[in-house]
Design a protein. Structure first.
Length: 134
């Protein structure tokens, strides 16, 4: 009965925390989906120029992990280098797949296990190995 009370208290605590913070399983999966299915082409215009972030769709903005802008003055034609990074698509897909139980990790065990029970009072019993004749 005590175990059931603890489980109920933990469940209630999680539900309250989820409600207070707005973090739900559905919201987490939604964010992972944005990362997993982002289309990098959506952040460039038809000429291959990076669009201003304010013009990106919400999914692309939320999948962004970083943005660097490097200005190179002092040249005949000053250059600006823009680099964008998105969160790992592979990691997001793996987490979604695990949540949906799309695959299970299996460990293959093979071989033989033999046991030999030794009387603890028997002299030298600590030196005998399981499965050994003696």
């Amino acid at each position: 009965m005590a175990k059931a009370n603890v489980e109920a208290a933990v469940s209630d605590g999680r539900a309250r925390l989820s409600e207070e913070t707005g973090v739900t399983a559905a919201r987490v999966i939604e964010e992972l989906g944005r990362i997993a299915f982002v289309d990098p082409a959506a952040v460039f215009d038809v000429d291959g120029n990076l669009r201003p972030i304010r013009d990106w769709d919400e999914d692309s903005r939320r999948a962004l992990s970083g943005c660097d802008v490097l200005e190179l003055p002092g040249m005949e034609f000053p250059a600006i280098v823009r680099k964008v990074r998105f969160w790992s698509k592979t990691s997001a897909l793996e987490l979604i797949g695990k949540h949906l139980a799309m695959w299970t990790e299996r460990i293959n065990h093979s071989g033989e296990v033999r046991f030999r029970f030794v009387d603890p009072g028997e002299a030298g019993s600590a030196d005998k190995w399981a499965g050994e004749d003696g």
